[in-house]
Design a protein around this ligand. Structure first.
Ligand code: NAD
Length: 492
């Protein structure tokens, strides 16, 4: 980092600020290893200023008609569309995704904005006339107040956009604290909100780490917190926020299995497995990291995987548009993943070793494959968050399901089969919240909840869809009595 490295701006109130602090985190282009910006680590005082401005803005924003809030979301939708390619390039630059993956990242966020455009419909309450003698009941959904979003590095657009479009559309004000590793996409997303004519103070953008997060979790003027990241921090944020009286939803880590039955369509299955395992260099909470070949298909599945892995082009996604796997996020991640490969190679057979790219410029790890992994192997229960796939070979579907149910996490699991009976058995008996049937990454669209279970999610209401609207609103129920005869009693 040099003195000319640009500081990532923060939006506090309605002015963009370049915070001068002693503490910064470097933002890299992971494909080159070059530092491209520095993220200021905001202290508690700065975070409190953002909260204060959000609290002030809530008074008028929460009273704006639903049609006005929806109108701003419509403006935002158009602006995201116009700036789609620029945002995708930004994602690729600071995160290392291929352009196709970066477009997928922004597309999924865009779909949440489209959902939020329909807020007048989604936020509608319920009513029942004559709920009791001459009494009518009406329930409405009111916004909560100042909400905060804390997001991870792996989806710089989609994850923040699971949060703020619905929160804002419901009438809340919002403070976003993106990952300090990928703050530039967040800056662009917030600039576009301003351009969409969101009023002053309704959206604030701060940067930082533990101090900023702790302030958000404990400040009396924060009503709700949406968090996505590793499970240990998700659990911590859930506990701290809840103890301080906030509503919290916190998505955590995952270990997702891809079960291949002997009757699966080989070509379609292979395509889906390759994309689920090595897409985004394995840095997805829905990444397939356990490849479970049922019965006697193990050897043939392994040979086909090795051939497909030979065809994966790993490189700098912006230099070579044919690249289909980019780098991991930083040096720490690269070294951590190399350490995992080293350790697991003593327990399972390493049939393809991605450590050959460690000395390249940038933070690359090549696609890696282990076979003979069992529930006893250390990698079985642990999220690697890199391009490392473990093959398992249960004797039948029943054994595959019982192995999957030993996992502590509960994001996704997929089955590849042509049998409706096998698919039904799988869907009914696997204990996790998102199931794929001939789909490798069963991440739900914006109108459904992103439904992690167990240690993949702490809270009650998930992000996206109607659960998102419920999370960012609370119900007010009014009972009204009108007698069925009218008498003028104004005399008293
Ligand atoms: P992370 O937990 O390191 O960071 C997430 C956020 O927490 C960041 O904003 C970071 O600044 C903040 N943070 C970091 N340390 C903190 C601390 N000690 N106290 C308070 N806040 C702290 O996660 P990451 O490495 O950015 O992201 C990868 C993880 O996110 C993976 O485990 C992945 O599975 C998970 N993830 C989950 C989902 C989901 O929906 N369940 C989606 C995407 C990613």
């Amino acid at each position: 980092m040099t003195s000319s490295t640009p500081i990532v701006p923060s939006l506090i109130g309605n002015s963009w600020k370049l915070i001068n602090t002693e503490k910064y985190t470097n933002v890299f282009n992971p494909a080159t290893g070059n530092i491209i910006a520095k993220t200021p680590m905001c202290d508690s005082m700065l975070v409190s200023r953002a909260i204060e401005s959000s609290k002030k803005a809530f008074v008028s924003w929460s009273n704006e008609p639903a049609t006005k809030r929806a109108g701003i979301m419509h403006n935002y939708r158009s602006l995201i569309k116009e700036n789609f390619e620029d945002i995708a390039k930004l994602i690729s630059t600071e995160n290392g995704k291929t352009m196709a993956e970066a477009r997928g990242d922004i597309q999924r966020g865009f779909e949440v904005v489209e959902f939020a455009c329909g807020i007048a419909e989604h936020q509608k309450g319920e009513s029942l006339s004559q709920v009791s003698e001459n009494i009518d009941a009406l329930s409405i959904r009111e916004p909560l107040g100042v909400c905060a979003g804390i997001s991870p590095f792996n989806f710089p657009a989609m994850v923040p956009m699971w949060m703020f479009p619905i929160a804002l559309a419901c009438g809340n004000t919002f403070i976003l604290k993106p990952s300090e590793k990928v703050p530039l996409t967040a800056v662009k997303l917030v600039e576009l909100l301003q351009e969409a004519e969101l009023p002053e103070g309704v959206m604030n953008l701060i940067h930082g780490g533990k101090e900023a997060v702790d302030t958000l979790c404990t400040h009396p003027d924060i009503s709700a917190i949406s968090f996505v990241g590793s499970s240990s921090i998700a659990k911590y944020v859930y506990a701290l926020g809840s103890q301080n009286g906030k509503r919290v939803q916190a998505g955590g880590a995952a270990k997702n299995a891809l079960v291949v039955m002997p009757d699966a369509d080989p070509e379609a299955t292979l395509r889906a497995v390759m994309s689920a395992s090595f897409g985004c260099a394995g840095q997805r909470c829905m990444a397939g990291s356990l490849l479970v070949g049922v019965g006697d298909i193990g050897k043939s599945l392994k040979d086909k995987m090795l051939a497909a892995m030979d065809d994966l082009k790993v490189g700098d996604p912006l230099l070579d548009l044919e690249t289909n796997m980019g780098p991991v996020i930083d040096k720490n991640s690269q070294e951590r993943i190399a350490g995992v490969i080293d350790k697991v190679s003593k327990e399972a057979e390493l049939v393809r070793d991605g450590r050959n790219l460690l000395n390249n410029k940038g933070f690359f790890v090549g696609p890696t494959l282990f076979t003979d992994v069992t529930p006893k192997t250390t990698i079985f229960k642990h999220e690697v968050f890199g391009p490392v796939l473990s093959m398992m070979n249960p004797k039948n579907l029943e054994q595959a399901i019982s192995w999957i149910n030993e996992l502590n996490y509960g994001n996704g699991a997929s089955i590849f089969t042509q049998s409706g009976a096998a698919a039904k058995e799988f869907r009914s008996n696997v204990k996790c919240g998102m199931i794929g049937i001939n789909v490798g990454v069963p991440a739900p669209m914006s109108m459904f909840p992103f439904s992690g279970w167990n240690d993949s999610f702490y809270g009650d209401l998930h992000m996206q869809g109607n659960e998102g609207v419920q999370f960012y609103t609370r119900q007010k129920v009014t009972l009204t009595r009108w007698d069925n005869t009218y008498e003028n009693k104004s005399g008293w």
